[in-house]
Design a protein around this ligand. Structure first.
Ligand code: GLC
Length: 436
C-alpha cells in the first residue's frame, strides 16, 4: 500500500486519485472572437460591443458525442466543462438569466448534451462555474473587470448589489446540481483578493463576497459526494495549480500535509479557442506533463477550447491523438498510480510512478539510457521487469560486478536492467517492474 496520506476533505476523492486524467473544456461566446476567453476584459469591451457574439452564436457542428469519444480514446476519465465563464453567459437553460445559449441561434441546452454524451461514454461529469461575471447587473467593478478603467466607477457600481449576485449564483448552482443527475466535480473560478494598487471603486472579491460558505452548503446539500475546488476561497477538496507543473507533491500551506491536487493545463496558451495562438505544446511535453503530474501524486486536467462551430480543431485533435496513442499501451503507469515510495530513487532522466497498492513500479524513460539502466538500491526488490507497451521481458542482473568486470559500478544494492540499444518507437517508453 502507498504510504502517502492526503489531508481529509469533505467530498469523495477516491475515484479521482485513481483516474488521474481529465478533460477541461472551455467553451462559450468567446470562441467566436477566437482570441482568448478574456477578450471582453482585455479589450475593455462593453456589454453592448460584446452583444454581437450572443446574436450570432450558432455552433451548428456541436457533437459532444464526438468530444466524449476523443476524450475517452485519449485516456481521460472525467471532464469539466464551463457552464458559465467570466463573460457571464450560461451554456445551459437557466431560469435566472436571459443571457443563455437557448436564447441564441444555438437554441438548445449545450450542457445537457455534454452531460448525456460524456456520461454515455462512462466519463465522470464536472461543471466549471465562474464566480466572476462581466454581464450581471449586480456585479461590481474589480481589477479584472472589462470596465475597470471607466472614469466614473462609482456611477457604474451604483445600485449594484453583490448580495443579489450571490443569491443568483446559488440559484444557478442549484439548477446545475439538480437538473443533470449526478455531478462529480464543481469547479469554481476564482477569487480576487484586495491589492494595494486597486482603485477605490474596485471591490476585492473573496469568500465573503461570493457568500461562499452558503454557496458550498447549497452544493453539498444537493450532491453530498461532490468534489469542489478551493477557488471560492474556502478550502474544500481540490488544489488547482494552473499553467505550471509542481515539482513536488502539493502540500497544505499551514499544516504541511499532502493534499489532493490537479494541475490544469492548456495545449496552447489560451483556454478558449484561439485561432492565431501558436505556442502548441510538443507531443513529448504533453506526455511528460501527465507523467510528471502522477509522479508527484497529482491529476492532470488538460484543456480543449472548441471552435464556435462546436468542433475540436485539427490541432486539438492531434494533441488528443498523442495521448490516445501513448495511453493505449501505457495507461497502467497512470491509473491507480501515485508517487513512488521514498525507497525508490528515480535514475537520471527518468520519472517514477507506483501503483497505489505498492506492487508495481514504473520507470518512465524521458532520456533513453542506451543499453543499461542502473538502479542503485533496487537489488532484492524486483521479481520481473518488462516494457509496458509490449510486455517484452527486460533482463535484470543484481550485485553486478561492473559491466567490464572492473568493479566500476559494483555495489551490493545495484540492479541493472538491460535495454535494447535503440529506443522503442514510443514517445516515452515505460519499464514495468513487478516488485517482490
Ligand atoms: C483562470 C482564468 C481562466 C481559466 C481558468 C482555468 O483563472 O480566469 O480563464 O478558466 O483559470 O484554470
Amino acid at each position: 500500500m502507498s504510504s502517502y496520506v492526503t489531508k481529509k476533505t469533505p467530498g469523495n476523492t477516491d475515484w479521482f486519485v485513481h483516474d488521474r486524467f481529465g478533460m477541461f473544456i472551455h467553451w462559450g461566446l468567446y470562441a467566436m472572437p477566437a482570441r482568448h476567453e478574456w477578450v471582453k476584459m482585455r479589450e475593455k469591451m462593453t456589454t453592448e460591443q460584446y452583444s454581437k457574439y450572443f446574436k450570432y452564436f450558432d455552433p451548428d457542428m456541436y457533437d459532444p458525442k464526438e468530444w466524449a469519444r476523443l476524450a475517452k480514446a485519449a485516456g481521460m476519465k472525467y471532464a469539466v466543462m464551463t457552464t458559465r465563464h467570466h463573460e457571464g453567459f450560461s451554456m445551459f437553460d437557466t431560469k435566472f438569466s436571459d443571457y443563455k445559449c437557448t436564447n441564441t441561434p444555438a437554441g438548445r441546452d449545450l450542457i445537457r448534451e455534454y452531460v448525456d454524451a460524456f456520461r454515455a461514454e462512462g466519463l465522470k461529469i464536472g461543471f466549471y462555474y465562474s464566480l466572476l461575471d462581466w454581464y450581471h447587473e449586480d456585479y461590481t467593478l474589480d481589477r479584472n473587470h472589462p470596465q475597470r478603467d471607466i472614469p466614473d466607477g462609482d456611477a457604474f457600481n451604483e445600485g449594484r448589489d453583490m448580495h443579489r449576485y450571490a443569491q443568483f449564483m446559488r440559484n444557478q448552482v442549484t439548477e446545475l446540481l439538480t437538473n443533470y443527475g449526478k455531478i462529480d466535480i464543481l469547479w469554481f473560478d476564482f477569487s480576487i483578493p484586495a491589492n494595494p494598487s486597486d482603485r477605490p471603486c474596485w471591490q476585492a472579491k473573496t469568500a465573503p463576497e461570493w457568500e461562499a460558505e452558503e454557496l458550498i452548503k447549497v452544493a453539498r446539500s444537493l450532491q453530498p459526494d461532490i468534489m469542489i475546488d478551493n477557488r471560492a476561497g474556502i478550502e474544500q477538496d481540490l488544489y488547482t495549480p494552473e499553467q505550471y507543473q509542481p515539482q513536488a507533491w502539493v502540500t497544505h500551506k499551514v499544516t504541511g500535509e499532502k493534499v489532493v491536487w490537479e494541475a490544469c493545463q492548456t495545449f496552447s496558451g489560451s483556454w478558449g479557442y484561439h485561432r492565431d495562438e501558436s505556442t502548441w505544446k510538443s507531443p513529448e511535453m504533453l506526455i511528460q506533463m501527465l507523467i510528471n503530474t502522477v509522479a508527484f501524486g497529482g491529476n492532470l486536467l488538460m484543456n480543449v477550447g472548441p471552435t464556435a462551430r462546436g468542433y475540436l480543431d485539427e490541432r486539438a485533435e492531434n494533441a488528443l491523438g498523442v495521448y490516445a496513442k501513448w495511453m493505449k499501451y501505457n495507461s497502467r503507469s497512470i491509473y491507480g498510480c501515485t508517487m513512488a515510495e521514498p525507497e525508490f530513487t528515480a535514475p537520471f532522466g527518468c520519472r517514477l510512478t507506483q501503483t497505489q497498492d505498492g506492487k508495481r513500479l514504473y520507470i518512465h524513460l524521458f532520456d533513453y539510457p542506451y543499453k543499461f539502466l542502473e538502479l542503485p538500491g533496487y537489488a532484492g526488490k524486483v521479481d520481473y521487469a518488462q516494457f509496458l507497451h509490449d510486455a517484452s521481458e527486460l533482463k535484470i542482473r543484481e550485485k553486478n560486478p561492473g559491466h567490464f568486470g572492473d568493479g566500476q559500478s559494483a555495489s551490493d544494492d545495484l540492479l541493472v536492467i538491460s535495454l535494447p540499444e535503440v529506443k522503442p518507437n514510443v514517445i516515452v517508453p515505460v519499464i514495468e517492474l513487478f516488485l517482490k
